[in-house]
Design a protein around this ligand. Structure first.
Ligand code: APR
Ligand code: ZN
Length: 383
């Protein structure tokens, strides 16, 4: 079928919304009508070529929600008409990592997905001239329709508006997972969150749900610090202010935090996460750094029982966590609305990437199908 999609032809050139060909779903795949999609800083890393070669040409977008249009042979967990969130790690459930309870590290996804292919190593997307397009992060949801692996479409409760559900499959599952599955934050433990964008705000929300205290939010954009407070930060630190963030955290905690989450993806803030934890504390890197970037820490400090660790996609099982997080949102325990500072149509993708490059606003949600998205101001609000 002929659809409109946001194509990255080459890094450094603007992403263009153009007509592409989408093949029907094969066995074990699902065709989804995209309704809403969130624009994440990882999309900027893709668009700017910071993840290294092998990621273009392709269709971007890895965070979103839609409605099932058609299912391929053997797909039984969803049916046409069902609302779904995208999950960009459609675990195979039979590789070594999946069997060991680490589906976020599925090796089939790692093998084909890194190339932007579906689980059988092929693409359903082409330019009209026949050039194969990659499926950005196996999802390619900056498009009117997309074909994903069955595990890439996770059923949602019908009551949750899709413009909110769009955020579940990256920012929310990644941010809350870092708190719940990696740090396993306990009530009263202290937390610092470095970077309060679309993902960092979800780390803050997760820390609040876990009962962390204090929750210290660090960002260099004042607007982010007010959003951080709205999401549950007890203290905010302006990284561009007079007091060095490390001194501010020391002043607030008198010795460093139990957990620092780096949600930016830069060597200097990874180092800052290390510097602000107490002896025995953990620095957890959520941010995606550009390919080739190295981070370093003073090695003598390993002697104080500090640890530095990574996480990918919440480090849990997104297929079970996404519906659970949707339930938390419906129960009013998790607010998915305030992180959305801009809404726009599919054509607003490049403007949304630019805002992330400039550090302006938090999430933009592209209302690909404004009628189905359920956003109250959809008809009137532009970017
Ligand atoms: N010091 C403090 N804050 C900073 C700094 C810095 N040196 N550099 C950037 N920031 C802040 C920005 O102001 C912004 O609020 O970090 C935040 C990053 O947020 P977004 O650009 O909205 O990025 P987001 O989509 O949240 O993704 C964050 O997580 O999943 C990964 O790939 C993603 O690496 C990215 C990270
Ligand atoms: Zn993302």
């Amino acid at each position: 079928m002929r659809i409109r999609a946001a194509v990255l032809r080459h890094p450094g050139r603007p992403v263009t919304v153009e007509e592409v060909e989408l093949d029907p779903p094969k066995a074990g795949e699902v065709l989804v009508r995209v309704v809403a999609a969130g624009v994440c800083h990882s999309d900027v890393r893709y668009a700017d070529g910071e993840l290294g070669p092998g990621h273009w040409p392709g269709v971007l977008g890895h965070e979103g929600a839609g409605v099932v249009e058609e299912v391929g042979e053997g797909v039984t967990h969803v049916a046409p008409g069902d609302p779904v969130a995208f999950c960009f790690v459609p675990a195979c459930r039979s590789c070594r990592y999946c069997l060991a309870g680490k589906p976020n590290l599925c090796s089939v996804v790692a093998e084909h997905g890194a190339q932007g292919m579906l689980m059988d190593g092929t693409s359903r997307l082409r330019l009209p001239d026949g050039t194969t397009l990659r499926h950005g992060l196996r999802t390619a949801c900056f498009a009117e329709y997309t074909v994903v692996a069955a595990g890439g479409a996770v059923p949602l409760p019908r009551e949750l508006p899709l413009w909110q559900a769009a955020l579940l499959g990256c920012g929310v599952v990644t941010g809350l997972g870092a708190v719940r599955n990696v740090a396993r934050v306990q009530p009263g433990e202290s937390v610092a969150v470095l970077g309060c964008g679309g993902v960092g705000l979800q780390v803050i929300a997760g820390a609040r749900l876990a009962g962390a205290d204090p929750i210290i939010a660090v960002d260099r954009v004042p607007e982010k610090l007010s959003l951080a407070r709205e999401h549950g930060a007890t203290h905010v630190v302006d990284a561009a202010g007079e007091e060095a963030p490390m001194d501010a955290v020391q002043r607030i905690t008198g010795g460093g935090v139990d957990f620092a989450f780096e949600v930016i993806g830069r060597p200097e803030t990874i180092r800052l996460a290390w510097d602000v934890i107490r002896p025995g504390g953990s620095a957890i890197v959520v941010g995606l750094a550009p390919d080739g970037v190295e981070a370093s820490v003073p090695a003598i400090e390993f002697l104080s029982d500090k640890s530095l660790r990574g996480t990918y996609y919440g480090s849990g099982d997104p297929a079970t966590e996404i519906p659970e997080l949707a339930g938390l949102a419906l129960a009013g325990e998790l607010d998915l609305t305030r992180v959305v500072t801009h809404v726009d149509g599919l054509d607003g993708v490049e403007a949304a990437l630019d805002r992330l490059r400039r550090g302006e606003g938090a999430r933009t949600v592209l209302l690909v199908d404004a009628d189905l998205a359920g956003h109250p101001g959809a008809a009137h609000r532009g970017s």
